[in-house]
Design a protein around this ligand. Structure first.
Ligand code: PGA
Length: 255
């Protein structure tokens, strides 16, 4: 962490896990642990858990997010949820363009762009995910992929519109695999992302935008990752489902 503008953010992504009873239990533990967190904390929960978790987190600094958002406000869009509905249910944040959405459900940069626009208009803090696959890394396409995803996803805004936006660099080969990017690989990619943000929206914007790392973040590797100057937080999947590990990650120690 370097810039004081970039308050560290640890966000849990529960993905498609946990019953309501388990969600309540975990949310209570996160709320209790928030007092000893090293930065801001958020949990991004399944749609069905939003209202119960919102109730538990009421009055706490822990922020609540969804894992996706649809770009239309309302209407005949079976299965989708709008930004307005998410805010109404108690969300303040939304993950957009997670690699699982991109790979399994066809989310494109164009869709990410539309979802981002809807999230911002609706008052949600977006966490926009980008990242290369193993094949792309091995064929030296990492920078091109990140550049394309950022340019496509963040197209057409004014820097002020995006002032709340958070970027998550999540190398696809590190997600759920136990293979974390090394701190040096993460720092290199985050620096590249920041350079792209500067190209798109200027120096001040790039310097003030939080870039999270995601991909097999654990209690054991969070401190070294968070010690990198351009790593401003973590998006945590598997390790966010266990109280002990997530509380330890929330209380990371950056050198
Ligand atoms: P993981 O997932 O921590 O289980 O690798 C991260 C993510 O997909 O956001």
């Amino acid at each position: 962490m370097s810039s004081p503008l970039r308050r560290p953010l640890i966000a849990g992504n529960w993905k498609m896990n946990l019953t309501l009873a388990q969600s309540v239990d975990l949310a209570r533990a996160v709320k209790e642990g928030a007092a000893s967190a090293s930065g801001e904390v958020a949990v991004c929960v399944p749609f069905t858990a939003i209202t119960v978790v919102a109730e538990i987190l009421r009055g706490s600094p822990v922020r609540l997010g969804s894992q996706d958002v649809y770009w239309e406000a309302q209407g005949a869009f079976t299965g989708e949820i709008s930004a307005g509905m998410l805010v109404d249910a108690g969300c303040q944040m939304a993950i957009i363009g997670h690699s699982e959405r991109r790979k399994l459900f066809g989310d494109s940069d164009e869709w990410v762009n539309k979802k981002l626009s809807a999230a911002l208009k609706g008052g949600l803090t977006p966490i926009v995910c980008i990242g290369e696959t193993l094949e792309e890394r091995e064929t030296q396409k990492t920078w091109r992929v990140l550049e394309t995803q950022l340019a496509g996803g963040l197209k057409g805004f004014a820097p002020a519109d995006l002032s709340k936006a958070v970027i998550a660099y999540e190398p696809v080969w590190a997600i759920g695999t136990g293979k974390t990017a090394t701190p040096a690989q993460a720092q290199e990619a985050h620096l590249f992302v920041r350079a792209q943000l500067e190209k798109l929206y200027g120096k001040a914007f790039a310097a003030g935008t939080r870039v999270l790392y995601g991909g097999s973040v654990t209690a054991d590797n969070v401190d070294t990752l968070m010690s990198q100057p351009d790593v401003d937080g973590a998006l945590v999947g598997g390790a966010s489902l266990k109280k002990d590990s997530f509380l330890r990650i929330m209380g990371f120690k950056a050198a």
